[in-house]
Ligand binder design. Structure first.
Ligand code: AMP
Length: 326
């Protein structure tokens, strides 16, 4: 995750929660990066960056990542990411990058003036994954296209320099809420960059803020429908029900059975209740962790060492395959 601003419920349900599940699978070895090199592809404040990185690390831990079992590291502290990106840039076609919808969204109308870093973002992401020869990448649905590109880069590299060298990384897109939408507009993704803070629930929001945002969330005038099919044409209702299901540990169908025919005035307080119950302990833990930045730095330093040890080995092999002096 990028240390751009506070994490929101989309980051948590779409990614972090699934990371914890993966970490807890027997035999899995996981690394979780705070991708600060990605964060600088758009305007940012250098004075805030370090602390933003600490906050994301704190969110990982508060959300359930165990820093003893898994490495939590800062991308910029592992130089092999950026070096591998350059090597990958030489096997990546511009045309493929031009098709990336996230670049189009982020660059907006004036793509000519967007930075090269923003354009090349998916190549760095491929390096983030493959520098560990990672096999599984748990992400939200919005990252599916980038993962496909990472697989493509791995396959091209293998074809040119050594069959079977890189695994083709699998996206792991699971859970009820793989694409959490804005509370103000059910057709837009919940995002850190949306102007209105009312559009998202931040992991730093307290219970009152969460309640207020859900109370003011956009809805339509009808009661909740009887079937999932009928939800499809009602983006806001669909999103709120998805959140309820994900936060209460039910399937969407189960959640709908409980609320079919009910009005939002009855449903929203129930959603507030599960959201606060689920998020309050995470928020509290994050606050405690952020009060001890020295400890977070210690955790990051340990994670950086672990990540460097793996990444440097893979990079050395890549450079050898590509014919470099070593
Ligand atoms: P980013 O905000 O770009 O740092 O994304 C970090 C992770 O959160 C990625 O795995 C994204 O796929 C995931 N993510 C971001 N926004 C959402 C959303 N609205 N719904 C589900 N997952 C999301």
């Amino acid at each position: 995750m990028q240390p751009t601003s506070h994490l929101h419920l989309g980051n948590y349900l779409g990614a972090l929660r699934n990371w914890v599940a993966l970490q807890n699978e027997p035999g899995s070895e996981c690394l979780y990066g705070v991708v600060d090199l990605h964060a600088i592809t758009q305007p940012y404040d250098p004075a805030q960056l370090k602390n933003a990185t600490r906050e994301i690390a704190a969110a990982y831990i508060a959300g359930g990542i165990d820093p003893v079992k898994s490495a939590i590291f800062a991308q910029s502290a592992v130089p092999a990411h950026a070096e591998l990106m350059w090597l990958f840039a030489t096997v990546t076609q511009m045309g493929k990058l031009e098709r990336m919808t996230q670049f189009k969204d982020k660059a907006g109308k004036n793509a000519e003036r967007a930075g090269l870093g923003l354009f090349a973002y998916p190549v760095l992401m491929a390096a983030d994954i493959l520098v560990y020869k990672a096999t599984h990448v748990p992400v939200g649905e919005d990252q599916k296209q980038h993962l496909e590109l990472a697989r493509d880069i791995a396959a091209t590299f293998n074809h040119k320099f050594g069959e079977g060298f890189f695994p083709l990384p699998e996206p792991v897109i699971t859970g009820e809420a793989t694409r959490v939408m804005s509370l103000r507009d059910g057709t837009q993704k919940m995002s850190k960059s949306a102007e209105s803070d009312m559009s998202r629930i931040n992991l730093t929001d307290d219970a009152d803020a969460i309640a207020n945002k859900i109370k003011k969330a956009k809805t339509d005038p009808h009661p909740l429908p009887e079937t999932l099919e009928d939800l499809k044409t009602r983006p806001e209702a669909d999103n709120l029900l998805t959140l309820y299901a994900a936060l209460s540990g039910q399937s969407k169908a189960e959640a709908l059975t409980a609320f079919a025919g009910k009005n939002f005035s009855e449903f929203k307080p129930a959603l507030v209740e599960v959201a606060v119950a689920h998020l309050a302990p995470i928020t509290a833990r994050m606050r405690d962790l952020m009060a001890d930045p020295v400890e977070i730095d210690r955790i990051l330093t340990r994670g950086n060492e672990k990540a460097n040890a793996i990444a440097n080995g893979v990079l050395r092999d890549v450079k050898e395959k590509m014919g470099f002096w070593r």
